[in-house]
Design a protein around this ligand. Structure first.
Ligand code: COA
Length: 151
């Protein structure tokens, strides 16, 4: 299988335009766009997003956020971990290894990872060795978090 190059994405108009093709385009992206337009945010600063380009087209992306041990509610004992979200591969590019490449990149930090999977993606996550945590109604509130532990 081809190795895909995962890149840390920079916030600029071009990236934000590419983000519009993803279904999970939402408040976070809109507020980045507003901050750029209002010159509150500098052009080209690093974002929490990582992506894979196919040619010059962004075809897959995810957001990674490092959570401090003090804020951890998922691991016992509490530890620093990565929150992985907004993982998405554009429809025409699914099932080609892009999603896996992003998840493997995240695993490369060698920290535990937590994610809230979207519906219908259970099989993908189990192939990525993510497992459910015990459901905690107050904490999870309708989400079904999955976690991965480094060896
Ligand atoms: N159902 C079952 N298996 C799946 C799957 C799915 N929806 N998506 C991926 N897999 C499996 C692949 O067959 C592959 O298995 P293998 O290693 O045995 O060959 C493995 O997971 C890795 O697949 P990959 O090609 O990296 O997946 P991807 O690039 O398509 O990324 C998603 C996976 C879920 C992130 C991506 O498809 C996506 O963003 N989908 C849109 C939203 C969604 O959740 N769709 C689900 C279908 S409705």
């Amino acid at each position: 299988m081809a190795a895909f190059k995962v890149e840390k994405l920079r916030v600029n108009y071009k990236t934000l335009e590419e983000f519009k093709k993803f279904k999970e385009y939402g408040l976070q992206e809109l507020s980045m766009l507003e901050d750029l337009q209002a010159n509150i945010m500098e052009d080209d600063i690093e974002s929490p997003f990582y992506g894979i380009y196919y040619g010059d087209k962004l075809v897959a992306r995810m957001s990674l956020y490092r959570v401090d041990q003090k804020e951890d509610k998922y691991f016992n004992p509490p530890q620093e971990y990565l929150e992985l979200w907004k993982l998405e591969v554009l429809a025409d590019y699914q099932q080609k290894g892009f999603g896996k490449a992003l998840v493997e990149y995240a695993k490369g930090y060698n920290l535990p990872i937590k994610t809230n999977p979207r519906i219908k993606s259970a099989e993908f996550w189990s192939k990525m060795d993510f497992v459910p945590v015990e459901y905690d109604m107050e904490r999870d509130f309708g989400a079904n978090p999955l976690v991965w532990y480094p060896n």
